[in-house]
Design a binder for this molecule. Structure first.
Ligand SMILES: Cc1cc2nc3c(=O)[nH]c(=O)nc-3n(C[C@H](O)[C@H](O)[C@H](O)COP(=O)(O)O)c2cc1C
Length: 349
């Protein structure tokens, strides 16, 4: 999938997810391969210009995390130029606009899905972002407040006319929960109305889901969210089995994923930034086990990364001895990976 000068290959995108799509998860995903475009979490356009790439846990990244799209949460026009300038400075490969977040806090501030209620404001915002950057520019939307094809396709055509290069559609209405079946055929309606690439998102947890989503949506690509934390090997599986990409078969083993994730946390984040991120990630990874809530709860209760590690190893010893053996083999033991923060590049700075 070609978007301006950026080739997204395979057309498999990581969804922006607050609390999840940070440097450690991206690093874990890269260890398996198959991701065509990585993403940050949503970033407040207002605070971006004053944040430091080294200090902000939302911005910290390594050179290997590419291509990387930065998602902007915009609420006012005057935020556009300073925020885009910051993204240029950070070396963004693409810019995404959050037009779908249903969180009340975000809506009250006039951002996320609240913007879909005001097409005139969105038009002005997109026009201004388009003028400020020549980077690939995408937008991410939900289907809207209620099913209304004319309204939805009219909104999407407006985005295209204002210079959006790629559109991701999370196939749910604004008020629908993540447990509801996604409406993939509605992505096909958007696709039929547009000339730009359309990416389908929502409810892809397996290679079969990816195939069915593509069949029902006719989308040009897929975006995967929660499954990135639950099954970080899924991108590699879909890349191989759906897109025929020639990469090694991924190691499907939750303890190994846990170990790699903790290693990346220990390398990238200050000590006080690690535990919350580990809890958030483990909540999803635990779903691989029939009694995974024991793992999630044990990590949830932990007061330190050390405690969380010990609890997780005890769980794997009880429920996944084979997986634990693979972790031991890969890591040369089952001790907590040593902290290596700050990264070498920042030491002595
Ligand atoms: C914990 C969490 C945080 C999220 N944060 C964002 C966000 O920052 N920006 C955004 O556009 N969507 C956000 N989303 C929505 C996801 O990008 C995606 O649209 C949604 O999870 C559906 O895809 P999935 O079924 O593959 O998870 C978030 C979802 C979750 C579960």
């Amino acid at each position: 999938m070609q978007v301006r000068h950026l080739e997204i290959s395979p057309p498999l995108l990581l969804a922006p997810m607050a609390g999840l799509t940070h440097s450690a998860l991206r690093t874990l995903l890269l260890s398996y391969g198959g991701v065509g475009l990585l993403s940050t979490e949503m970033l407040s356009a207002r605070s971006l210009p004053v944040e430091s790439e080294q200090a902000s846990p939302f911005l910290v990244r390594t050179a290997g995390e590419r291509p990387l799209s930065y998602q902007l949460l915009l609420t006012a026009e005057e935020e556009v130029e300073p925020a885009v300038e910051a993204l240029h400075r950070f070396g963004a490969d693409a810019v995404d606009l959050n037009l779908g977040c249903p969180a009340p806090r975000v809506r009250r501030a006039g951002g996320g899905s609240a913007l879909m209620d005001e097409p005139g404001r969105v038009r002005n915002l997109v026009r201004r972002v388009r003028r400020a950057t020549s980077l690939p520019l995408s937008a991410k939307i939900r289907l809207g407040e209620a099913l209304d094809e004319d309204r939805l396709t009219g909104f999407c055509r407006m985005l295209q006319d204002e210079g959006i290069d790629l559109l991701t559609v999370h196939a749910r209405l604004r008020g629908e929960s993540f447990s509801r079946k996604p409406r993939w055929p509605w992505v096909a309606r958007v696709k039929a109305a547009l000339a730009i690439p359309v990416v389908a998102n929502g409810g892809i947890f397996s290679v079969d889901d990816a195939r069915r989503c593509l069949a029902q949506s006719g989308a040009d690509g897929l975006m995967i969210g929660r499954a990135a934390a639950r099954s970080p090997w899924l991108f590699a599986q879909v890349a191989r089995e759906v897109y025929g990409v020639d990469i090694p078969e991924p190691c499907v083993c939750p303890p190994v994923a846990f170990g790699r994730f903790v290693t990346a946390l220990q390398e990238r984040f200050r000590p006080e930034r690690r535990l919350g991120r580990l809890k958030e990630f483990t909540h999803y990874l635990a779903a691989n086990y029939p009694f995974g809530h024991h793992l999630a709860t044990a990590v949830q209760k932990a007061r330190s990364v050390e405690d969380a590690w010990t609890a997780a190893m005890a769980f794997f010893r009880r429920c996944d001895q084979q997986g634990l053996a693979r972790l031991e083999q890969e890591a040369g033991g089952i001790d907590l990976p040593a902290p290596r923060y700050p990264p070498l590049s920042q030491q002595g700075a």
